[in-house]
Write a protein that binds this ligand. Sequence first.
Ligand code: IMP
Length: 203
Amino acid sequence: MKILIATKNLGKVKEIEALSEEFFPLEEMSFLLLKSFEKQIEVEENGCSFYENAYIKAREYSRFYKMPVIADDSGLVVPALKGEPGIYSSRYAGENAKDEENIEKLLFHLKDIKEKKAYFQCSAVFYASEKVVFHTEGRLIGEIIHEKRGEKGFGYDPVFFLPEKQMTLAEISLKEKNQISHRRQAFYSLFEKIKQWRENESF
Ligand code: IMP
């Protein structure tokens, strides 16, 4: 089976490929990347939720390239800030904002707020046709701290504290992060669904 991974982020591609090997023998599954196509399309992420954005991407790429597609959308949710930065996580401080600028804005808004609970959310969607669509969610719960800690990871990792590990996501190894991340949880459940669908289909 061939699936297109609708992301330009190579780190994500590697994570998805590695996870797929836990479900399917290598010869059964191959992934295509957006950059392998001559014709490129821009898909506007104009949904109102992580799910809608992931769904729009999966559906549009699948219709255009005529093949099954996996897409995801993720971000940081802070309940005390009414869910901000949410689907605007990557551009919280403006279009093309740097990670540090997004973090600065987040800490500024949280400076007088005691409740620091937050979570990363990931929605993953598999779209093979109008009738074959699977959707899963993953969530990693933690707290926002006021000083950046650690050099690893990306995005909001340096201020995302894991109470059970007493470390931020930027302090733990990438391997450890990939075992607990919101993306892993969402993609793991997605592959479970794809596997079940494939098994039932062959009867
Ligand atoms: P995307 O779904 O990969 O486009 O991620 C959207 C944005 O959410 C990123 O640019 C980050 O700001 C934030 N984000 C998503 N996942 C993570 C994570 O694992 N660590 C830190 N920030 C993340």
